[in-house]
Design a protein around this ligand. Structure first.
Ligand code: HEM
Length: 486
C-alpha cells in the first residue's frame, strides 16, 4: 500500500518542492577547508530566522510556511538553499553509517560524483569533465549555497552577511559564483536563450501539492500522467512503482532519519551557442522550404511562446495538461522532439514502461546575444529526483540518445541537447501528407561547462550535519584554538 499520510513539507527545502519566482539565482560553489569551522558555520546559518525587516539575513528556505503575498509580490525579498556533494559530506566527516554504508548501494552515481559519470551522459570531446570550468572539476566542490532574489545588491549583501557568520572561514571559494538571471522580469514569459518560453511543465506531487487548489486556480484538471508519488523526488517515500528504499529497516534509524525528505539533484551548466543555433535553423528551414518557426517548434515540441503542438486536454489556455495519445505517429509533435522524449506523458509504446520525472529549476546565465554576441551564455539547469541513476541519468543516457518510442525513423537524438558530434542521426519530422522531412546533420548547439551531483538535505538532516541532532543536542560551538587548515 502506498502511504497516504501527508508529508511534512516543512522539512523539505522550498527550492525542491516549489522553487522561487525571483529573477536571479546566484550559486556559490564552496569547499570545506576545516570541518570544525564549516560545521559551526552550518550550525549558525541554520539557526537564522526570517525577519522581513532584515532581508539581508541569510535564512535557509523550507516549504510549507504560508507565504504572504502583497500585490503579487513576495513579502520576502530573498531566499537561500543549501546542498552538498558526496565529497562535501565526506569532507565534513559524516560517519560511515551515513555515507559508506548506505550510499554506494543506493546512490552510487552520487558517490562517484558528476565528473566521473559525465562520459556516460554524452559529455565527450569538447564536453568532457577535463574541460569543465574549474569549480566543477573532479570532486572539488563540496557545498552549494544558492541565493534567490530580484535585487543584485541585496544578493551581494547576503554573500557578505554569510561571510560574517562564525565559522565561514572553514569554507573557501566565496568568489566562485555562478550567476543566473532570467531574461525578462515577466514571470509568465521566461525564455531561455534560443527564445523558447521555459519552465512550463513541472510534475505535480500527490500528498505535497494541493492538487484541488491548483486545479481550481488554473481552471482545468491535471491529467493522471502529470501526477506523481512523492517518492519520485523525496527520499523515504514510496515512488510510482511503490518502492521505497530509503526507510527502516532497509536503512538504520539514523540513516533513514538523515535521508528522509531529502532530494538529489543534477546541477548542469549548459552553454548555448545561439549563433550556431540560429544559423542551423535558417539553413535547414531554407533547405526544406519550411518556415523557421515551424522547424523550431518541431524540434522543441512546443511553439516558442510555449503553446503545445497537440491539443490540451481541458482548454486552449492550458499549456501543460496535454497528452500524445491522439498523435501516435508524431504528425503534430515529433516523437524525437525535446519535450516528447524527456516526458512521453501518455505515449503508449514507451520503452521501458516507466516514467522518469524530474523537477526542473533552470535559470539562464549570460547576457543577451543581440548586445554581446561574443560572450558566453546558456542555462544553469537544476534537475531534482530521488534517483540520479533511474531518472536524470536514464534520461540523458537513453531517451536523449534514442526516443522512448523505438519506432523506425524515431531513433533520432534530442535536437536541442543531444551530442551530435558522433554517431549522428537524421531528425524526422512527420507531416500530414507525404514523406516526412528528414533533417540531416543536426548542429551541436549546447555544450556542458560543468556539472555537480547534489544532495538537498531536509531540516533534520541539516541539523545532523551541523551536529544539532538529539545525539549532540548540547553541541555548542567553541572557537577552536587551532588555526584554519588549508
Ligand atoms: C540548454 C539546454 C536546454 C534547453 C535550451 C531546454 C529547453 C527546454 C524547453 C524550451 C522546454 C519546454 C518548456 C517547458 O515545458 O517547460 C523544455 C522542457 C523540458 N526539458 Fe529541457 N532544455 C535543456 C536541457 C534539458 C536537460 C539537460 C534535460 C534533462 C533532464 C531537460 C529536460 C526537460 C524536461 C523533462 C522538460 C519538460 C518536458 C515536459 O514535461 O513536457 N532539458 N526544455
Amino acid at each position: 500500500m502506498v502511504d497516504r499520510t501527508n508529508i511534512d513539507v516543512e522539512e523539505v527545502q522550498r527550492l525542491v518542492l516549489h522553487g522561487f519566482n525571483y529573477h536571479r539565482t546566484w550559486y556559490l560553489i564552496l569547499q570545506v577547508e576545516s570541518k570544525i569551522l564549516a560545521r559551526a558555520f552550518l550550525s549558525n546559518l541554520s539557526r537564522n530566522k526570517k525577519d522581513t525587516a532584515k532581508p539581508e539575513v541569510p535564512v535557509i528556505a523550507f516549504s510549507g510556511k504560508k507565504r504572504s503575498w502583497a500585490s503579487g509580490e513576495h513579502k520576502e525579498k530573498s531566499d537561500l538553499s543549501i546542498a552538498f556533494t558526496y565529497a562535501g559530506m565526506d569532507a565534513l566527516d559524516l560517519d560511515d553509517g551515513l555515507l559508506r554504508e548506505p550510499l554506494p548501494k543506493l546512490a552510487n552515481s552520487f558517490v562517484q560524483g558528476a565528473a566521473r559519470r559525465s562520459s556516460s551522459l554524452g559529455d565527450t570531446r569538447a564536453d568532457t569533465s577535463r574541460q569543465w570550468e574549474p569549480a566543477f572539476k573532479s570532486n572539488r566542490a563540496h557545498i552549494v549555497i544558492s541565493i534567490h532574489g530580484n535585487d543584485k545588491d541585496l544578493i551581494k549583501t547576503i554573500v557578505e552577511e554569510l561571510k560574517k557568520i562564525d565559522g565561514w572561514k572553514g569554507l573557501s571559494g566565496w568568489s566562485n559564483i555562478q550567476e543566473g538571471k532570467h531574461r525578462g522580469t515577466d514571470q509568465n514569459d521566461r525564455k531561455e536563450h534560443f527564445g523558447f518560453v521555459d519552465g512550463i511543465s513541472q510534475p505535480v506531487i500527490r500528498r505535497v501539492h494541493n492538487i484541488q487548489e491548483i486545479e481550481a486556480r488554473r481552471g482545468y484538471s491535471i491529467p493522471p500522467f502529470m501526477k506523481y508519488e512523492a517518492g519520485e523526488f523525496l527520499l523515504g517515500h514510496p515512488n510510482e512503482v511503490r518502492e521505497n528504499r530509503w526507510r527502516e529497516p532497509l536503512l538504520s534509524n539514523k540513516a533513514a532519519k538523515f535521508y528522509g525528505n531529502g532530494s538529489f539533484a543534477a546541477f548542469r551548466k549548459m552553454e548555448q551557442d545561439v549563433a550556431a543555433y540560429r544559423k542551423f535553423i535558417k539553413v535547414t528551414a531554407n533547405q526544406h522550404a519550411i518556415p523557421e518557426k515551424y522547424l523550431e517548434a518541431k524540434l522543441c515540441g512546443r511553439n516558442k511562446d510555449g503553446t503545445p503542438l497537440v491539443n490540451a486536454v481541458s482548454s486552449s489556455a492550458d499549456l501543460n495538461s496535454f497528452g500524445f495519445r491522439g498523435d501516435a505517429d508524431g504528425r503534430n509533435c515529433p516523437i524525437g522532439s525535446h519535450i516528447r522524449r524527456l516526458n512521453p506523458r501518455d505515449d503508449k509504446e514507451v520503452i521501458p514502461r516507466m516514467r522518469r520525472p524530474v523537477i526542473r529549476r533552470g535559470i539562464p546565465y549570460g547576457k543577451e546575444f543581440e548586445e554581446f554576441p561574443d560572450q558566453k551564455r546558456g542555462l544553469l539547469g537544476m534537475f531534482f529526483c530521488a534517483s540520479l541513476e533511474q531518472q536524470f541519468e536514464f534520461l540523458m543516457q537513453d531517451w536523449v540518445d534514442e526516443t522512448p518510442i523505438r519506432e523506425p525513423g524515431a531513433n533520432t537524438k534530442d535536437p536541442l541537447i543531444g551530442n551530435h558530434e558522433y554517431n549522428t542521426k537524421n531528425y524526422v519530422i512527420p507531416v500530414v501528407t507525404g514523406k516526412p522531412i528528414e533533417v540531416e546533420g543536426i548542429a551541436k548547439v549546447t555544450r556542458t561547462r560543468g556539472m555537480l551531483y547534489l544532495f538537498y538535505p531536509s531540516r533534520t538532516a541539516l541539523s545532523m550535519i551541523a551536529e544539532l541532532d538529539e545525539t549532540s543536542e548540547n553541541f555548542i560551538y567553541k572557537k577552536p584554538d587551532t588555526a584554519v587548515r588549508h
